[in-house]
Design a protein around this ligand. Structure first.
Ligand code: GAR
Length: 184
């Protein structure tokens, strides 16, 4: 199974995909980012993977930017697009073009907290549990069919930073394995 990994920032999930590539059933054929300063670019380079960079700030319209992504994707042979900390909403034409082929990981127990600031919102709501969700992408934000969800209890001394780290630790563990096991 050939995958393209999209990221926007730190890239811990990207690293996890690349580190486990030899042991799992996918091949990372390319990587993509909208952020020329993303740390993930160094990670892709470290693993000798191509990284396509298209800065969304160079485009006034989301659709025009996503047309460039479409052109890039049309030049690659792949089965799935794996969003790993990709912080842009995809245009509907792009989601439609790759229906059922785009997977996302979202740092909340969906349907709770679609969108941003999920950790802050879980803390503010005094939730007993927090977690992460792997799901298919549809044309509604963070709302597609759920593939896997993992939760953990929020401890009294947890704060924003500890929740971010706990969620990422789980994500780094389950995301590559889940893509490998559930998708063919
Ligand atoms: C991850 O926690 C991921 O769930 C989240 O961004 C983080 C990226 O971390 N994604 C979203 O918020 C998407 N809406 P990473 O760059 O270290 O992989």
């Amino acid at each position: 199974m050939k995958i393209v990994v999209f990221f926007s920032g730190t890239g811990t999930n990207l690293r996890s995909f690349l580190e486990q590539e030899d042991d799992l059933s996918y091949e990372v054929v390319s990587t993509f980012t909208n952020n020329p300063k993303a740390n993930g670019i160094q990670i892709a380079t470290e693993f000798n993977k191509p990284c396509k960079i298209i800065d969304h700030q160079d485009y006034l319209e989301r659709e025009t930017f996503d047309q460039e992504i479409y052109k890039y994707l049309e030049g690659i042979d792949f089965d799935y697009i794996v969003l790993a900390g990709y912080m842009r909403i995809l245009s509907s034409f792009l989601v439609d073009a790759y229906e059922g082929q785009i997977i996302n990981i979202h740092p909340s127990l969906l349907p709770k907290y679609p969108g941003l600031d999920t950790h802050k919102r879980a803390l503010a709501a005094h939730d007993t549990h927090h977690g992460t969700t792997i799901h298919f992408v549809i044309n509604e934000l963070d709302a597609g069919p759920i593939i896997r969800q993992e939760s953990f209890p929020i401890e009294p001394n947890d704060n924003l930073e500890s929740l971010i780290n706990k969620v990422k630790e789980i994500e780094n563990d389950i995301y590559p394995k889940t893509v490998s096991e559930y998708l063919t």
